[in-house]
Write a protein that binds this ligand. Sequence first.
Ligand SMILES: [Fe+2]
Length: 372
Amino acid sequence: MPSATEDSNDTSNGTAYSSIPTSCPSCPTPLRYSGSLDHLRYFEITPIIGREYPDVKVTDILNAPNAEEQIRDLAVIISERGVVFFRDQNDLDMADQKKFCDLLGKLSGRPEENGLHVHPIYRDTGNLTLSDGTTDENIYVINSEAQKKIYKTMARRAPTEPRDLSREWHSDSTFENAPSDFSFLKMEETPPHGGDTLWCSGYEVYDRMSPAFRSYLETLTATCAQPVFKTAADAGGYEVMSPRGSPLNVGDEFAPSHPVVRTNRITGWKAIFAGVGLHVTKINDVYSYEDQMIREYVMRLITRNHDCIARMKWTKNAAAIWNNSCVWHAATPDTHLVNGNRTGVRASSIGEVPYLDPDSKSRREALDIPII
Ligand SMILES: [Fe+2]
């Protein structure tokens, strides 16, 4: 399987140099918002991250005469704000949800050959089904009741102490050579409370670091290994799906290296990307204690700076769309404490191979916002 980056892994003298892509040749220069969504009412979730359109139907954007312009503008807004919320998308069917997610990536400079992500173990008989009993290779199903029947090979031991929820933070499909850019989650059912999802700004976590530490992290890559798919496929006697939304996402290795700091192709801003998260296995080319120290530091910035976080209290048919290259997200596993099922469907577009343009700026630098 081709690697997302070509790592030299030369540790003979204790120093290693990793080659990080510096551009996405097929991506246009950063996009600018044209104003086509100015007529829509919205409010920001916090000064740093998130926006909600409380009375906008995604289908109105999809069916507008200037739909392409509006969708491209929404891609810019999502990429600037990190995540955008909608309410009451009761008229949005799954086909249109997939189409909209695909267009967000396509109209915002995603490599032409890419499409929606394909569930790696779509062939597993243990997969959750949609409410009508069918499955879709581009749709990841959330169902808190059915989730209790998980893949045998992923069965967890009964907990003996409170769970560390920091492990929930992740960016979608980081285990792929070309990970997801946009993810679009619609919640069909939700309990009266519980099951909130949180998003944290990778732009802002980068901005909270000293210039010296930022520069150091910009030299690093991380291995993002997710062996559970091959384990599940071997146990189930089937092949993992290939390709998965990109000609680069093939095979069953699921262990690419990605830059710790990447440039968002749409805004041109830098964000911490593969410095932490469920799919990040190790920081490459450093000693194990240093690996642990770096990842704990990034996690500490997430958990001790709650002004970098937007929180969604789900309502029936609410939706969230986010850009995985500049935010992490975390579900809250507390729905077992309340009656009611939590069901949803998620589609993801596959973006470019992550790169770091050395001339790109941080969000605060680009917007001329003081660091402190
Ligand atoms: Fe996710």
